[in-house]
Design a protein around this ligand. Structure first.
Ligand code: ASP
Ligand code: MG
Length: 411
């Protein structure tokens, strides 16, 4: 008999009909003898609807009150799911985050879980009930309702699994697993049977949206076996694991991630003296703008060019700050470019194989795609390219690293 935490996302509980399907699924596991804790999101669209309501009152709603309101989305779905379970003969009980006592810090709208009281849940399980817990929410020391940030129900699921020492945390969603890349871009993308936490973390932070990054971090830190599955289709899904066993068939690259959310800024002709990077990036960071990739060119004539990327939402802010810096430093000019995209190959296999980056550059060269920036880590290589070549680049790399599904599969 296993203890399983199952998390169902917004589309999986998007209607009463679907909630009843979820209940039927939970019943199957329970009939198997497993203890089940279910974590649910709000019905799809509900959190956005609530936030919209608040914005009609104020562009910047008070964070505490926003949390009181958006947490109601999940409160509706836990009750509906518990009712649906009881209706088909499965004893069930619902709990909000504060009723469980999912203790968080007081950072409203982006709170972090500090501690989970598992006592009550264990008691309910022992009494033979399925426990349905609201995702995305908690309570702070003072008793205020908090929420964990968008997509936070994944984190609730993983954190509960860790606290309860569950055998597996299953994340049910509208895809049947983690793919080598977005199947909407590459029709031959394949579902991965397994991926490591490290790779999943890179994929998630590089733009693959299957799981919330924090949830993956949490699962890795507490070694919670995590599985991504389709809510309404049968299948093994994708297991996210700690071990990186090497097998002959194991591809070097596990996946290709991409994102269009970045913008590039260049400051040209800055004096090449110690402290330049700090003089440029210090004010950028003080303006609360996060910098991703950074490239400083080799100097000539005692001046150099300095390029970095930021989130596209921060572009105008960063550009303004940079223009001020350029004036102060007597730099030649500032250039900005929002029509860029980042493409990354990710795989722990890179550790034991040479020539991975050059294979990537070769594939892009063959398609005549110019690389504007490059950055690498132990298990990934990222490039910045012109946005209009993004899909071509992803497809070319998918083929070059032999990730395409055999004909007739995955199409
Ligand atoms: N309902 C919340 C959201 O839409 C949390 C979640 O779905 O994970 O972001
Ligand atoms: Mg989600």
């Amino acid at each position: 008999m296993a203890l399983i935490v199952q998390k169902f996302g917004g589309t999986s509980v998007g209607s009463v009909d679907r909630i009843e399907q979820v209940a039927a699924k939970v019943k199957k596991f329970r009939d198997n003898g497993d203890d089940i804790v279910v974590v649910v999101s709000a019905m799809s669209g509900e959190t956005n609807r609530l936030i919209d309501l608040a914005k009609q009152i104020s562009e910047q709603p008070v964070a505490r009150e926003l949390d009181v309101m958006v947490s109601t989305g999940e409160q509706v779905t836990i009750a509906l799911l518990a009712m649906a379970l009881i209706k088909i003969g499965v004893p069930a009980v619902s709990y909000t985050g504060s009723q469980v006592r999912i203790l968080t810090d007081s950072a409203h709208t982006k709170a972090r879980i500090l501690q989970i009281d598992s006592q009550q849940i264990h008691k309910e399980l022992k009494a033979g009930r399925v426990v349905v817990v609201a995702g995305f929410q908690g309570v702070d020391e003072a008793g205020n309702i908090t929420t964990l940030g968008r997509g936070g129900s994944d984190t609730t699921g993983v954190a509960l699994a860790a606290a309860l020492k569950a055998d597996e945390c299953q994340i049910y969603t509208d895809v049947d697993g983690v793919y080598t890349t977005d199947p909407r871009v590459v029709a031959k993308a394949q579902r991965l049977d397994k991926i490591t936490f490290e790779e999943m973390l890179e994929m998630a932070s590089l733009g693959s949206k299957v799981l919330q990054i924090r949830a993956v971090e949490f699962a890795g830190k507490y070694s919670v076996p995590l599985r991504v599955l389709h809510s309404f289709q049968e299948g093994p899904g994708t297991l996210i694991t700690l071990d990186e066993e090497e097998s002959m068939e194991q591809p070097i690259i596990s996946g290709i991630a991409f994102n269009r959310d970045e913008a590039k800024l260049t400051i040209r002709g800055v004096p090449d003296t110690p402290g330049v990077a700090f003089k440029i990036l210090g004010p950028i960071s003080s303006a609360n703008v996060e910098v991703d990739m950074i490239v400083q060119n080799v100097a000539h004539d005692n001046t150099t060019d300095f390029t970095f990327t930021v989130h596209r939402n921060d572009y105008h802010n960063a550009l303004q700050v940079l223009e001020g810096i350029a004036r102060d430093m007597g730099a030649r000019e500032v250039i900005g470019d929002v029509d860029i995209a980042k493409v990354s190959i990710v795989g722990v296999g890179m550790r034991s194989h040479a020539g991975v980056a050059s294979r990537m550059f070769e594939a892009l060269a063959k398609e005549n795609i110019n690389i504007q920036m490059i950055s690498t880590s132990e298990i990934k290589v990222s490039v910045v390219i012109e946005e209009k070549y993004l899909e071509l680049a992803v497809r070319a790399l998918h083929t070059a690293f032999e990730l395409d599904a055999p004909a007739g599969k995955g199409e």
